[in-house]
Design a protein around this ligand. Sequence first.
Ligand code: ADP
Ligand code: F6P
Length: 321
Amino acid sequence: MQKAIGVLTSGGDAPGMNAAVRAVTRAAIRKGYRVIGIQRGYNGLLNGECEELSVRDVSDIIQRGGTILYTARCKEFKEEEYIKKAADKCKSLNMEGLVVIGGDGSFRGAADLSRIGGIRCIGLPGTIDNDIQCTDYTIGYDTAMNTALQMIDKIRDTAQSHDRCSVVEVMGRNAGWIALNVAMASGAIACLVPEKPCDIKTVADKINKAHETAKEHFIVVVAEGFGDSAAITKQIEEYTGIESRLTVLGHVQRGGMPTVRDRVAASQMGYHAVDLIDRGATNRVVGMMEGKIIDVDIQEALAMKKPFDDELYRVCNEITF
Ligand code: ADP
Ligand code: F6P
């Protein structure tokens, strides 16, 4: 029976996941494998939602957000009996390897599937948060930042019209990468990220100082992992006397047409994942370091720490008045 390579998307979806699925499918077929698309993350292995993918099945998806394989969280995957059941399904499909597109949690599932079920897994970093430690870049990050920036530029118009302070909460789970970059790019007067504790009074003092030099409207970007953005908005209004309004961007950051950067990175990573399986590698996470596609051992990847960009944070703060 012809060997197969499986591919699934897991955890929070991200723009560019479809580009990765397309690259995995086409690279694998080019190398003589069948490709099995598994739907709704690991659930698809447990529920049998597995369909062969042809080169045509992944036509016209590179420009689409979301994931044609759907995604989901699979609570059963923390129990050994279900991991064994998933492994049996992979073996019944004559799977040479499985490409898992997701975040850290999905990689933990892949590591268990390999350790308990003997399935060779390759992880691709698919999350808008850019919070995966072994890579400078995760699929979806650039698109999410550009979406958030477009929204903040619109919010700036109304903040200016009303002489208001607009507090904008962005996604990122427990990371501040999206917040830091869009704060810099939007000219926000303050950026609140979980990596850098900050007293709201300090932010208010900076706003008051700018207000004294005729600055009449303000943008404050808050990463969702920093704290309660509604309370922060109220505190800013109380400390400054400036009308303040909160906008929580939410899931709009998860959708939309992927940017060039996400389409290209996803395609490169998907190709690399298939090459790794074809060369007999296992339990690797594909990433990007200094612009180059790399791969690291999955356990090492999960143990790595990615330093926050203190320099960018410092510059962002020092060039706003
Ligand atoms: P992400 O991959 O974006 O971090 P989650 O943390 O929700 O998303 O994980 C996605 C899925 O990966 C979970 O629904 C579960 O099926 C699996 N998973 C997460 N953590 C583990 C774990 N520690 N062991 C086994 N499977 C896990
Ligand atoms: O991990 C991606 C992400 O969008 C986070 O930034 C956010 O906190 C989380 O997913 C939201 O999860 P859900 O889509 O399950 O509400």
